[in-house]
Design a protein around this ligand. Structure first.
Ligand SMILES: [Zn+2]
Ligand SMILES: [Zn+2]
Ligand SMILES: [Zn+2]
Ligand SMILES: [Zn+2]
Ligand SMILES: [Zn+2]
Ligand SMILES: [Zn+2]
Ligand SMILES: [Zn+2]
Length: 364
């Protein structure tokens, strides 16, 4: 009897010490102002400062294991054990490998094995056909659609509008099976039916001409340039610079239509011309002459008209002065009226102007 009493006493003592120590603790420190964390599946409500707890842990809420997932807590996702795994049925003609529990599948259905088909409806260019066959594996009768061939049975082309030089034509053909009409464009030929060329502007030696032709079908006009004509050489040399004993002269021919220079060249005096010039100069030294009078004198000497003319024209002669000298020489041995003297000078080959100048120079 003594022993249980002592045990009891010692327990009371321990409790007493605890209570006293708690009281003492409460007197020296402030009590904990708890900061509670909510209870979880595995832990009760707990103070984050002092670790004190209140109540019990909530405990997991288990969802059963499935084919692919182990037993799992719906609150904290904790797991226990393993997934169960699928219960497969092998694939057949129409169904892939399938789980009898969750209906998950893997791979493809094997498909029927059909050795022979019977055509029920023939496919055409535009309509589907139908065929039937029996599966050698499962014995099922399978009906399949056969796609349209798209291959029309065309007729020959029929031209519905002839193409012209400038306009497209068209042609069509018909499918004997489906009756559809197919139309196609025929490109324009571009081959115009032109008229003869007709001159619309005459070409000259200075301007190009043009000519036209017109398509009798579409009216298209084509224009072409006609080259300039060549100049017409008059083959008449005109001296533009007279030659002298020391320098060449220049001469040119012209186009008889437009007057443009056609040929141009330099030339020198011939020996005959040089002699004619010397002769003319010697005449002028002791006598006055008109231009035509001097040419005539040289012709009289036996020079040709051309040579005589060239020789006289290559000299630098003041014909007015010659007229004055001539007038004086007449007056030296005969009397003349003014008009008589003028007539005489004109008779000698002077122009009226030269004659009047000469007559005035000698005092009339
Ligand atoms: Zn606390
Ligand atoms: Zn849990
Ligand atoms: Zn499953
Ligand atoms: Zn089958
Ligand atoms: Zn067709
Ligand atoms: Zn045309
Ligand atoms: Zn010309």
């Amino acid at each position: 009897m003594k022993k249980p009493y002592l045990v009891y006493l010692s327990r009371v003592f321990v409790v007493l010490i605890l209570v006293l120590s708690l009281i003492a603790c409460g007197k020296t420190d402030k009590p904990c102002e708890h900061e509670w964390r909510d209870a979880t599946c595995e832990k009760p409500k707990t103070c984050s400062k002092c670790g004190a707890t209140d109540g019990n842990a909530l405990g997991h809420r288990w969802a059963d294991a499935t084919c692919t997932s182990p037993k799992t807590c719906t609150v904290c996702s904790a797991t226990e054990g393993e997934a169960i795994g699928h219960k497969w049925i092998e694939a057949n003609c129409t169904t892939p490998k399938t789980c009898t529990v969750c209906n998950a599948t893997e791979g493809e259905a094997l498909g029927h094995v059909i050795p022979d088909y019977v055509v029920k409806v023939e496919a055409t260019c535009t309509t589907e056909g139908v065929r039937e066959g029996t599966c050698a594996v499962c014995g099922e009768t399978v009906t399949e659609r056969v796609p349209a061939t798209g291959e029309h049975e065309y007729s020959e082309w029929t031209v519905t509008a002839e193409a012209t030089c400038s306009e497209v034509g068209s042609r069509e053909r018909v499918c004997a099976t489906c009756g559809e009409t197919f139309t196609e464009a025929i490109p324009a030929t571009g081959e115009h039916d032109f008229s003869e060329w007709k001159e619309s502007a005459e070409a000259t030696c200075t301007q190009v001409g043009s000519r036209e032709r017109v398509c009798s079908v579409c009216g298209k006009t084509e224009t072409e340039t006609i080259e300039k004509l060549p100049h017409t050489d008059d083959n008449t040399w005109v001296v533009t610079k007279s030659p002298t004993f020391s320098a060449s002269g220049e001469r040119e021919t012209h186009c008889s239509v437009c007057g443009q220079v056609v040929q141009k060249e330099t030339f020198d005096l011939s020996m005959e011309e040089k002699n004619a010039i010397k002769k003319a100069e010697s005449y002028l030294e002791f006598m006055a002459f008109s231009r035509s009078g001097l040419i005539g004198q040289l012709e009289f000497e036996g020079f040709s008209k051309e040579v005589a003319t060239t020789a006289v024209d290559s000299l630098v002669v003041d014909w007015n002065e010659q007229a004055a000298k001539k007038a004086q020489s007449y007056l030296d041995f005969m009397s003349f009226s003014k008009s008589g003297l003028i007539d005489q000078l004109i008779f000698e080959g002077f122009t009226r102007e030269q004659a009047e100048y000469g007559v005035k120079a000698v005092g009339y």
